[in-house]
Design a protein around this ligand. Sequence first.
Ligand code: GRF
Length: 190
Amino acid sequence: LRIGVLVSGGGTNLQSIIDAVENGTLASKVVCVISNKASAYGLERARKHNIPAFHVDPKNGHYDEELLALLLEQKVDLVVCAGYLKIMDEKLVNTFKGRIINIHPSLLPKYGGMGYFGIHVHEAVIAAGEKESGATVHYIDTGVDTGEIILQRQLEVLEDDTPESLQQRILAEIEHKILVEAIKQIEGSN
Ligand code: GRF
């Protein structure tokens, strides 16, 4: 599959896809990385691996059109949102229906939706005294974090966990693994 990855920040999930392609775990190819943030380190990760990296500026007024045009131009088969913090516009979701996925660091539907992004997810999980948390890979539909679930995995929240320690453990032990597994599953069904 020709994969287009959308990032907004550090891109550790993107890195796990790049590594899986390079070590042969995935048969796909990351053909482009796009970010709404010029400073996103995920763009730097792409450049280091000779993957075309694009910044599309939300302030230029045609963000959604530009993003869609770029994905179509690159003949992307599968759009992967990995640490991407913008809501997809309906035209893009409908154009890529069933071929656009997202990873979210909670056991959806719990702690999903607006407001639950980045560290806030883990703050809420700990504040609620949850005994377990985890991450979910799901198809994107026109809702926020509401699409059909592809893969979900949990881990236990430790007594002394802080939002940061929980975030790091979920990233390393869950997210990076289930994202690659989900893409491998999609490869198999294509
Ligand atoms: C991750 O927890 C991801 O699930 C969330 O953003 C965080 C950062 O991801 N959407 P990355 O390191 O930029 O891939």
